[in-house]
Design a protein around this ligand. Structure first.
Ligand SMILES: [Zn+2]
Length: 92
């Protein structure tokens, strides 16, 4: 089972609760400081995860070690291999 932790963007407190939604995105309210905001969208988290995987690929970690440590699907990382480690185009 995967748990995600959300923190207040203003005070980094974990004491937040859902506070409705707007534009298809869930909003939260911090009980500690009263700050209201949106949960971080999934695409930002995914971009951060991809950049970590790209860095691991550049450091020449094996595909299976990245699968094991990051908990990602092998095919997703195989696609990143093609993008990140693409050979430079041959100059004529
Ligand atoms: Zn707060």
């Amino acid at each position: 089972m995967v748990f995600t932790h959300h923190y207040c963007a203003k005070c980094a407190s974990e004491q937040i609760r859902r506070n409705g939604h707007s534009g298809g995105r869930a909003k939260y309210q911090c009980k500690a400081c009263g700050h209201q905001g949106y949960f971080q969208p999934a695409s930002v988290e995914k971009a951060r995860q991809y950049s970590q995987v790209d860095q691991l690929l550049v450091e020449r970690n094996s595909l299976w070690s990245i699968v094991r440590t990051r908990g990602m699907v092998r095919n997703t990382i195989a696609k990143r291999v093609k993008k990140v480690l693409r050979p430079a185009p041959a100059s004529v």
